[in-house]
Structures are given as structure tokens and as C-alpha cells.
Design a protein around this ligand. Sequence first.
Ligand code: ADP
Ligand code: MG
Length: 427
Amino acid sequence: MPKITIGRSDADMEDFGAELGTGLLGKHLVGEGSEAHAANPIRMDIARPHVIGVFGKRGTGKSYSLGVIAEELVTADESVSQNIATMIVDPMGIYWSMKFPNEDDAVLLDQWDMKPDAMDIDLFIPEGQAETFRERDIPFDKTFTLRPSDLSSADWAMAFDMQLNEPRGILLERVLRDLREDYDNFAVDDMIEYARTQGDFDEDVRKSLVNRLMAANDWGIFSAEGTALDDLYTRGGLSILDVSSFGNIRGSWSVKSLVVGLLAKKILQERMASKRLEEIAEMEGTQTSESPIVWMIIDEAHQFIPNDHKTPASDPLLSWVKIGREPGVSLVLATQQPYKLNADALSQCDIILSHRLTDKSDIDALKEIMATYMRYDITTYIDNLPRVKGAAIGLDDNSERVYSLRVRPRLSWHAGGTPAAIKEGRE
Ligand SMILES: Nc1ncnc2c1ncn2[C@@H]1O[C@H](COP(=O)(O)OP(=O)(O)O)[C@@H](O)[C@H]1O
Ligand SMILES: [Mg+2]
């Protein structure tokens, strides 16, 4: 059987072969519609950084497929997985279930010669939400916080939905500038206190900013020291960042984006710094332990990096997309509405896994980036997909090929199918 490995260059194919440093995505679907049957395995390169888009309308298997990719990253051969750190950004709060084996699909797994298996995950929640999680008996492993001093005034302004040139914005800039001059770290409370004492601003301006800052404190994501990046991800590990708990907060997506934006920025900075050290060491002929390639897997990605406006995560994620290959960061973006995803991010995907899509605008968005190598119209490929769970088309920019495939069943339990308090839908 010919081996299919998407996302792998010819040179790497020669050096590594078709299996080492790859993950099993699913099986090639041969034949059309109801006649289709699963043939040879389709593997995906995980040895190199990628930008991957996972699309499909609601309920077609996007979140499930993200879990498959994460499983492949952490269960890869140790020589590979030890050079990878994986983080899932979980805005719906569904990935905690990866702690449990997928007994539900035991029969299906058996057909694939696989067995249900729990993943060793680290589930992170915002520190300020720990009490609520405990009260509701929702298990978590660790908490995280961010440093207010790491956020730029533009980040704050975006999260607060205010302009930097309005009086509150000007006050905000001053607070940040002055506190930064005097301290390395500060808490939101320090910002509040300082804002209150700026007598040359009108009282209602001060009050308005202070109110926003007090609300920010309630998000439960800030502390003066913040969580160190090293604590947030580990070699060979899978961290799940549960940011679902801002459900009731107005503008909750801004808060989620603030978290993701800051992390993306810091991870890229760290990767770039260690890349430089690695290069120096190589020149000097010494050894350094390479820092792992970070894979960030983002569900509901159009909320973080949308096409029609900027969020605090937009620029940091765009940097990943544009320059991430060199320092070694990978991004997996899932959305039910590719046309709502930032067009640059969409066009930079080198691998696309698309489950069934029906909306014309979404199909058109895909068409636009689909290269000339497609023999048929994308609609034809999608229409020919059999109605089985996990059916998708895979587009590989590297080999310029399109495949129909069935994504493999999950080893660990997928809770996405069970009704959650937060509804996924068009907003
Ligand atoms: N590859 C697959 N194999 C078997 N079942 C799947 C597969 N993909 C999805 N499913 C089923 O479809 C349901 C919906 O998938 P999900 O990923 O939650 O959809 P969405 O696209 O909305 O994120 C899952 O709960 C699961 O039961
Ligand atoms: Mg989903």
C-alpha cells in the first residue's frame, strides 16, 4: 500500500521515511459517497512546525479531530514527543474528558486495532475560578495567572473596548507607564490605586477606568508574579487551558483573547530566544538542549483571530502564522466558519482538514485559498464525502494533493457531544 504522509517534504520523506515523526490522522476514503471504504492510513507530519486549519459545520467532528491531533502529538515515539509541548486552548470547557478512556467508542476503536486510553493531561484554569470549579465539583489540576505588567496599553484598551485617545485611555497609558517605570511587577490593585490618585483627570474618568479595572480583577486571571511559561507546558506533555469560565462576563471573548494573545506572544519570544542560543551553540560546536516545539491547538479560532476586527490575540497569533516556522511553533486553528477566520491566517495554512461545510461563504473562503492543484471544485470533494462520523477532506499544500479521509476514533473520551452550559453557535 502506498504510504500517505501529509505535510512532509520530499527531503524529510527521504531522511525520515513515511512514519517516524508522524501521527495517524485517519484512513484514506476510496470510492464515492455511500460506496466509500477506508483504505490505507493517512499520517501527518509532526516533526516540523505547521499551520493547520480544521473546518466543518457544527457537529461534524472539529473538536474531536483536534483531540486526535493532540493524542498523536503526546503518544508519538519518545524521541519525537520529547521535542514537542502541546497546549489546547479550550474555550468551551470540553477537553477535561481526555483524562478518561474512550469506552464509548470501544467497538469502533477495536476495528482500528486500537484500545481506549486515558491521556495524561494538565488541566489549567484561571486562579480566580478555582473556588467555583471546586464548588461545582469540576476537576482541574493547576491554576494560572498572567502579569498585568506584561500587557500593553493597547491590549488593555482592546480588552476594555475603549480607545487609547479618549480620556480613560490616556489615564490608562499613564498608569501603565508610571508603574512600569517604578516596578517590574504590579497587581491590578496597584493600577486601581494609582489611577485613583491622578487628580488632574476628571473624577468620572478615573471612576470609569477604576470600574473596568475592578471588573478585570474579577476575571481571576491576574497576579503580580504571573505563572511562568515553564510551568504551563512540558516536554511530551499536554496542557489544557480551560478558558470557558468567563461565560457570564460581558465581552468574555475579549478576556479569552487576552489570555491567548499574551501566551502566544511570550511563547514566541521564548522560542526565538532559545533558537538564537541553539544557533550560537551550533556555531561553537557545543550542545544545548533544544527547547520543545510548541503546538498550540485552538478551538473556535475565529473568535480569537477573526476577519472583521482585531482582538488582543490577533497580532500574536498572526506572528505565529507568519514567522512561526523558523523558531518552531505550530498552530492548529479550528472553526465552523472559515470565512470568519482572519484571511492571512487562513491563507497560511499548509494543511487543511475540512469536515462537511454547507454555507456558501465558508466554501468560497476555502475556494479562494485552494490552489490550482485541485482537480475538481471543492464542493465536489465535500459532496462526495460519505456520511460517516469523522469524514473530511485533507489538503496538503506540500504535496499539492487532496484526500478524502475518515479521521480515526479517539483514544480518550470526547465530551464535546454532550450538551454543555455554553452553546456553540453563530454569534
Ligand atoms: N472521527 C470520528 N470518529 C467517530 N466519531 C466522531 C468522529 N468525529 C466526530 N465524531 C462524533 O461526532 C460528534 C461531534 O463531533 P465534534 O467534534 O464535537 O463536533 P464539532 O465539529 O461541532 O466540534 C462527537 O461527539 C463524536 O461522537
Ligand atoms: Mg466543537
